[in-house]
Every structure is written in C-alpha cells, then in structure tokens.
Write a protein that binds this ligand. Structure first.
Ligand code: NDP
Length: 243
C-alpha cells in the first residue's frame, strides 16, 4: 500500500526539504502550510506532493486537513518559528502567546486531528523540535519555553500512544540556515538575520530532512526518541565558534 506522509510547514525551509525528500523516496506527501502558492511550486518541482492549505492556529483549518487525509502513516509536525529575541524586561506576552500557539498548540491540534488516521495505520509522529528544547539562551525565553514544552509532549504522547502502536519521535536541530527563520524572528531585518550565520557552516534544511527521513524509515519495532544535530561549530546555543 502507498505510504502517506503529512508534512506541516512545508512551504519553506526544513518542511519543504523534507516533503521533497519523502516524495523522492516514494511517499505520497501532503504538504501543508498557509502559503498555497509556494506549495504549488513545490508540487510542480517534485511529483508525489499534494498541496494542502493549513493554518495550525485555526482549528477549522486543521479539521480540513484531517478530512483531506483519511490515511496517514507519518506526520512530520514541523510548522513553527521564533518571533523575537527579547530578554525578560522587553518580552511581550502577546509574542510569547503567538510562539506557543504556533509551535505547541498548533502541534497539539494537528496530532489530535490526525490521531484516528495515525492509530489506524500504526503510524509515526515526528516533531521538529530544537536544541532550544534542551538548551537555553538569553533572549530566547519565549521560543525556548515553547520548544521545551514540545519536548515534554513528545515523551507524554509516547506514553499515551504506545498501546496503539503509534511512535513519537523528535528531531531537534541546532542552527539551521534556512532562508526565512531568522528573518521572521527579527521582523524582516535581513541584515540582522544574515549576521546569525556569519562565519558558521550551519546545518542546511536538507541536513535536517535527512535526519527526519532516517527516523521515519526505521522499522516499526524501533522507536527513535530523539535525534539532536548541530553544526560542528556549535557546541551549545551560546557557544558558536566563528571562523
Ligand atoms: P521556516 O520559517 O522556513 O519554516 C516555517 C514553516 O512553518 C513555514 O513553512 C511556514 O509556512 C510554517 N508555518 C508558520 N506558521 C504556520 C501556521 N500558523 N500554520 C501552518 N504553517 C505555519 O523555518 P525553518 O524551516 O527553519 O523551521 C522549521 C521548524 O524547525 C520550526 O518548527 C522551527 O522552530 C524549527 N527549527 C528551526 C531551526 C533553525 O535554525 N532554522 C533550528 C531548530 C528548529 P507558511 O508561512 O506558509 O504557513
């Protein structure tokens, strides 16, 4: 039977690279995000990709996704992002709420909605976490708290879903040079975004996709709890050696 994967946040960066890689390896891929034009371009580039409009912060949109995917072997819950780099005195609760909504509640909504299909298929949930789910850094509070929450959900869900045969894994990258992540974090300030990667050979979206596809490709009796990957030059969030 044809294997079906849903990849959220597939319109750019890690999600787009993962959707392409899975489709190239023979999966039918439902590529979901808000920007349908980008998803259309992705499906034109790589056969096997089906675009699906999705806003993980909108429960109706998430229900539409579940209706469109009655069979699901793999969910790569990847939609997310950071929206500030603000230490406590400057932190805005609204920005933290948005960060939590997209990264954590958005993932909860997506996994919950696809759960019947995943359970029927004894499927696999792979979360795109972050080193920010284990390491902390100044100014990172809102994002770090959200990715720590995601890591906690990974382990909670594994306990809750083990009887159904559904596996739950996390792929947690450090610094990945995707075209939009830092630009979004810094409100479109491209120069500030570029400075994040100066002198560092950061991970690429394809490096992370490679890890996700490896995790998803383990046989059903093997569960990979966590894969954390970083650039060689990054020994900790606050310890990046620039050359
Ligand atoms: P991008 O900004 O390129 O990708 C984010 C994706 O999430 C986009 O496809 C975006 O699509 C989607 N998205 C954002 N909001 C929503 C929403 N409300 N509903 C549905 N989709 C949404 O960044 P990356 O590829 O770098 O990041 C992907 C994941 O990896 C994120 O979870 C991020 O936190 C994590 N990560 C990134 C790291 C990095 O250094 N880049 C490091 C560690 C983890 P659209 O706008 O079209 O909806």
């Amino acid at each position: 039977m044809q294997r079906t994967a849903v990849v959220t946040g597939a319109s750019s960066g890690i999600g787009a690279a993962t959707a392409k890689r899975l489709a190239a390896e023979g999966w039918t891929v439902v590529a979901a995000a808000r920007r349908l034009d980008r998803l259309g371009a992705l499906s034109a580039e790589q056969p096997g990709i089906r675009p699906q409009a999705l806003d993980v912060t909108d429960p109706r949109s998430v229900d539409d996704l579940a209706d469109a995917v009655p069979h699901c072997d793999l969910l790569v819950a990847n939609a997310g992002g950071a929206f500030d780099l603000a230490p406590l005195p400057d932190a805005e609760a609204e920005t933290w709420a948005r960060t939590y909504d997209v990264n954590v509640l958005g993932t909860v909504r997506t996994v919950q909605a696809l759960l019947p299909a995943l359970q029927a298929a004894k499927g696999h949930v792979v979360l795109t976490g972050s080193t920010a789910g284990r390491w902390v850094y100044e100014g990172g509070g809102g994002y770090v708290a959200a990715k720590h929450a995601l890591a906690a959900l990974r382990d909670t869900w594994r306990l809750e879903l083990v009887e159904s045969g559904v596996r739950v894994s996390e792929v947690a990258p450090g610094m990945v040079h995707t075209e939009e992540f830092s630009a979004i974090r810094f409100g479109g300030d491209e120069a500030r975004a570029a400075s994040v990667y100066e002198g560092v050979e950061a991970l690429t979206a394809e490096d992370v996709a490679d890890a996700i596809v490896w995790v998803a490709g383990r046989p059903p009796h093997v569960n990979i709890d966590l894969v954390q990957l970083t650039p060689q030059q990054q020994a900790g969030v606050g310890k990046v050696v620039r050359r």
